[in-house]
Ligand binder design. Structure first.
Ligand code: ADP
Ligand code: NI
Length: 219
């Protein structure tokens, strides 16, 4: 990155940190920070433009569709507005806004559509933060915030066919493991992230085994 690009990234980091301070919904600044740093690390192992990776990672959750009635385009609108305001060039604005509009997980049976390597890296980093120890913690924090039960043994898991069905789902937090978290390791693009995902996936499997054991008073 040249010094102008470093300055744009720094300004964006400060803007997002300020915007997200005090967020308790799993989309706090710390989530963005982890995704940013992990995307930077993955970027080192891929042939890509690190400037686009850093900006997209920082802006990927700028407007959470869950708070905009499932509108996936609000994020790219706000991304464009911000990057224009700080004078980023048109090509950068288009690339980053496109990645932001595509990054979200949209359901078990909804295919991912992320053509650029920069977007794939950011999607991988975002997904890594949804699995493993931090992923488990975030899922239960989210479930608590939404008043969901931890687990419901009578519940059937649903493989959502559309973003709309996924977005409207009100299943328990353990169900969310089957509807998203346990599926992510097979939806990772880069080799670097795949290795990390496998270890984190194993950790979630161990967690669930222990959880079910305790549920029946067997452990
Ligand atoms: P991301 O930042 O990966 O796009 P989301 O916006 O979908 O993730 O959700 C933020 C966090 O909350 C993630 O860790 C996600 O797994 C978790 N989460 C989303 N939906 C649910 C749910 N229905 N139950 C439990 N956790 C959820
Ligand atoms: Ni995210």
């Amino acid at each position: 990155m040249n010094s102008y690009q470093i300055e744009i990234v720094e300004k964006t980091a400060q803007f997002i940190q300020k915007k997200f301070e005090g967020e308790g919904t799993g989309h706090d600044w710390h989530h963005i920070y982890r995704v940013w740093k992990s995307a930077e690390n993955i970027a080192k192992t891929e042939d890509c433009d690190p400037y686009i990776v850093s900006l997209s990672a920082l802006l990927h959750d700028i407007a959470d569709h869950k708070f905009y009635d499932g509108d996936l385009m609000e994020g790219s609108r706000q991304t464009k507005a911000w990057l224009k305001e700080i004078g980023a060039d048109e090509d950068t604005i288009e690339k980053v806004a496109d990645i932001v509009s595509r990054v979200s997980y949209k359901g078990a049976n909804v295919k991912d559509d992320m053509p650029s390597i920069e977007g794939q890296i950011v999607q991988d980093a975002d997904r890594l933060d949804a699995i493993g120890a931090i992923g488990i913690a975030r899922a239960f924090a989210y479930g608590g915030n939404k008043n969901r039960s931890l687990y419901d043994p009578s519940e059937k898991y649903e493989m959502h066919e559309s973003f709309d069905a996924y977005h409207k789902s009100e299943s328990s937090t353990v169900a969310h493991f089957y509807e998203k978290l346990l599926l992510l390791k097979d939806r990772i693009h880069t080799e670097t992230a795949k290795k990390i995902a496998e270890q984190r996936h194993q950790y979630m499997e161990t967690f669930l085994e222990q959880f079910y054991g305790e549920w029946e008073g067997k452990r």
